[in-house]
Design a protein around this ligand. Sequence first.
Ligand code: AHR
Length: 345
Amino acid sequence: MRQNQFMKRISAIILILTGLLLLCGCATFDPESLMASVEKTQELQNTQKELITVGFSQLGSESVWREANSASVKNALTQENGFDLEFRNARQKQENQIKDIRSFISMGVDYIAFSPVTEAGWETVLGEARAAGIPVILADRKISTNDDSLYTCWVGSDARKEGENAGSWLEGCLKKQGREFKDIKIVVLQGTIGSSAQLGRTMGFDSVAEKHSNWHILEQQSADFTTAKAKEVMKTFIEKYPEIDVIVSQNDDMTFGVIEALDEAGLTRDKNTIVISFDAVKKGLEYVQQGIINVEIECNPNEGAYIADIIKKLERGEKVEKNYMVDEMVFTAENVAEYIGERSY
Ligand code: AHR
């Protein structure tokens, strides 16, 4: 968009210069080369016009995962690939995302994509996008609405499945350790309250925990997906609960804060404390190799290529699915060596 304006300005300047040169009857005036540069400018302008304009509102930069997700969007929606991307960082505030979406509407972008910080509260602004005829693609997290026509489609992770995977893995681990009938005391560090990652992972894990009367969730507290908050939360858990068997931390950045708190309390290498983490960023996988984290439930941030493909399909007038789920794995000491080398984030 900005480039279109820039090119328009350049054309205008060249046309003014042409006029001036003609008026002055300048001795070195070369009409052919001047016409060639005007044509070149118009050609460039046409190329710019063909770019598909996309406004993307990223919810923030709270985690390593989020940085990887932003990079994936920027790497896929490039000019070489036919896109003109307007990328905004909403710094974890829904009000900023709403402002971003409104400004995309007034800019008249071809598509809006965004990663909603929380699930609720999008009806009004998405109604405005629909009224403006701009298709909306949700990335990573979902929104809660009864009106599916507010968005074209969603690309992301199945957060509930991730939570279930964590629970099922714990069942197997306790069995292997011969602790399946022992009392198991669990603390949970949750992500941003009301986000689909927090809601899904909590529901998924709880659905498995409910089947085990010997699993006791002592407390669940949000640390907003950040290391600093998680360290504080974990310190309070350590003070309050003399025995913790399992720590469930709903993303890696929080797990890094948990580990710092455990280190400072001299508890890191306590073999009886099981650490379950989500995301599977490189540092998390390294911790799995070192036996500091027991399991990594992957959350795949590579959504950019899906978004680019969806938009290209829509441009060709093809039908798209309502939901696109990215592939995800579970990493433990048994399989981590095979995958850690290829992890770029
Ligand atoms: O919505 C995905 C979650 O958000 C990731 O687990 C987390 O790291 C991010 O901040």
